[in-house]
Design a binder for this molecule. Structure first.
Ligand code: ADP
Length: 306
């Protein structure tokens, strides 16, 4: 799925954060001192991770979010450039006003689990006034990482819907949103603006759904008519439902050894979006999503996912 430079882009709207990753031989015991096997900085945040995956899969992604000129800024910007991810429409803030989101992450090499402690104090979410300036004709798909930013996100989604009313069928921008974080339970109403909704298992569990099929069946009521609800469920693969046909599912594609599941969901979302954007069926798309996400679980970081 190679992109040419004049091909319309997939935009991911959300957070870019610094991930300080420690790869550990096992999950540490509280108040103990142990050496880790490896340590690295990684550009993280769901939308930013999905852009990395889209780029590695040969697409032409753009990240739109806020960036703050803290000491981490240069690292982020250089890393976006390394993966050819456009960031020209990001809102840039000075250091003395806001902080860069930072996550300290423990990866347990025994089973690939990732434990994330995110420091999100004094961060700034993307404002509608920044999104309003973007020329929408450059995009075929806009994916939102559902964040605690409901009012601005609603306006952004409404803007795309209004834009879509003014263009030919072939120019219509598809909209997707991810509902992943428990503290964003209140943004469920945004589902009705999206063509595709990604629900994570943790989000589903806080609504008392305990498998992927019940999740897509339950949440379809909140989607717009014809909208599709997709749910990835770790080692149980993924399911999708459009409300009229049968639920479609995919099994996982296990790597030889699971060593790093950090960003498996972001990888699934990005590769599923890419497949849908290139005209694949829902079943083909979630299967591709599981294939790429499975490969990701077998490597540290994202390089080497394909
Ligand atoms: P999240 O990162 O949001 O917790 P999930 O754990 O639901 O995401 O995983 C997303 C996708 O990644 C799954 O649908 C599956 O395809 C793949 N995946 C996750 N864990 C594994 C695993 N242990 N082996 C193979 N694939 C996996």
């Amino acid at each position: 799925m190679m992109a040419s430079s004049n091909e319309k882009r997939i935009m991911c709207v959300g957070l870019c954060c610094l991930d300080i990753v420690n790869v550990c031989p096992y999950y540490p015991i509280e108040d103990s001192v142990k050496g880790s096997l490896d340590y690295y900085w990684q550009r993280g945040g769901n939308a930013s991770n999905s852009c990395t995956v889209l780029s590695l899969l040969g697409s032409n992604p753009e990240f739109v979010g806020t960036l703050v000129k803290t000491p981490e800024y240069e690292f982020m910007v250089e890393d976006f450039a390394k993966y050819n991810i456009h960031i020209g429409n990001c809102a840039i803030y000075e250091e003395n006003t806001y902080r860069c989101p930072v996550a300290v992450i423990v990866i347990n090499i025994e089973n690939g689990s990732r434990t994330v402690m995110a420091a999100l104090k004094n961060i700034i979410e993307l404002q509608y006034s920044s999104f309003e300036k973007i020329d929408l004709k450059n995009y075929s798909w806009i994916h939102f990482e559902g964040r605690n930013n409901m009012e601005n996100t609603e306006k952004m989604m409404m803007r795309i819907i209004e834009y879509n009313k003014t263009v030919d069928q072939s120019e219509i921008i598809k909209i997707s949103i991810e509902l992943e974080k428990i503290k964003t339970a209140h943004i469920v109403p945004l589902m009705k603006y999206a063509d595709y909704v990604f629900i994570s298992k943790d989000f589903a569990k806080c609504f008392n759904y305990y498998n992927k099929e019940d999740t897509v069946k339950g949440f379809i009521k909140e989607a717009k008519p014809g909208g599709v609800v997709i749910c990835a469920w770790g080692e149980d693969g993924a399911a999708a439902f459009n409300g009229s046909h049968d639920i479609v599912t995919s099994n996982i594609f296990p790597p030889e050894k699971v060593i790093d599941t950090l960003g498996a969901g972001d990888t699934f979302n990005a590769s599923t979006v890419l497949a849908l954007n290139s005209g694949k069926s829902i079943k083909e798309a979630i299967t591709y999503g599981c294939k790429v996400a499975g490969a990701k679980c077998g490597v540290n970081g994202y390089d080497g996912i394909k």
